[in-house]
Design a protein around this ligand. Structure first.
Ligand SMILES: [Ca+2]
Ligand SMILES: [Ca+2]
Ligand SMILES: [Ca+2]
Length: 179
């Protein structure tokens, strides 16, 4: 059963991923979204981290295109198709497939903020993340606590992957991939 909060978040997700605003999502939108994020982090698209993030975003697109049965290079998703896939593969059925394609995105984003290089995100690094994607609806400390499932004061890649799904399920209020 999908709640109105969940539907709302899927709708917002569609709108933010439809970067050129033509009412459909296609590969160019995902490429543009990756570039937008890299710009927010002050990272060049051609750097290793920039390429990782772009590849990871295009991997997420390939997942949606595959589930819709469209060509990832020429096809486009309507809002209806997108909602359907998001409900079936992100919200329901445990979200394992989606988590698998979100993980490289999260890993690439961790790389962008991980100044101490320990592979995890500390509170200071997390604030950089929220600032870059423009999250203002939650305080960094509250958001951090919501995501730090094991309470060790660090956000691991797995905790962050879980948090992306938890946001779309309406369980937490931190849009880690932007609104
Ligand atoms: Ca579009
Ligand atoms: Ca770190
Ligand atoms: Ca933790």
């Amino acid at each position: 059963m999908t709640t109105s909060v969940q539907l709302n978040r899927i709708q917002q997700r569609f709108d933010s991923w439809d970067v050129n605003g033509d009412g459909q999502i296609d590969r160019a939108d995902w490429d543009a979204e990756a570039k937008r994020i890299l710009q927010a982090f002050g990272e060049a698209p051609v750097s290793p981290a920039g390429r990782s993030l772009t590849d990871a975003y295009l991997g997420m697109w390939a997942f949606f295109a595959d589930k819709a049965g469209i060509d990832e290079h020429n096809g486009a998703l309507t809002p209806e198709q997108f909602n359907h896939i998001a409900e079936e593969h992100v919200l329901e059925n445990g979200g394992a497939g989606f988590s698998r394609v979100v993980k490289p995105v999260i890993r690439a984003m961790v790389e962008l903020v991980d100044v101490d290089g320990d592979g995890q995100v500390n509170p200071g690094e997390f604030k950089t993340w929220l600032d870059a994607i423009g999250v203002t609806n939650v305080t960094p400390a509250d958001a951090f606590r919501q995501i730090d499932a094991n309470g060790d004061g660090q956000l691991s890649v797995d905790e962050l992957v879980q948090a992306v799904r938890a946001y779309h399920l309406g369980e937490i209020d931190v849009p880690l991939l932007g609104h």
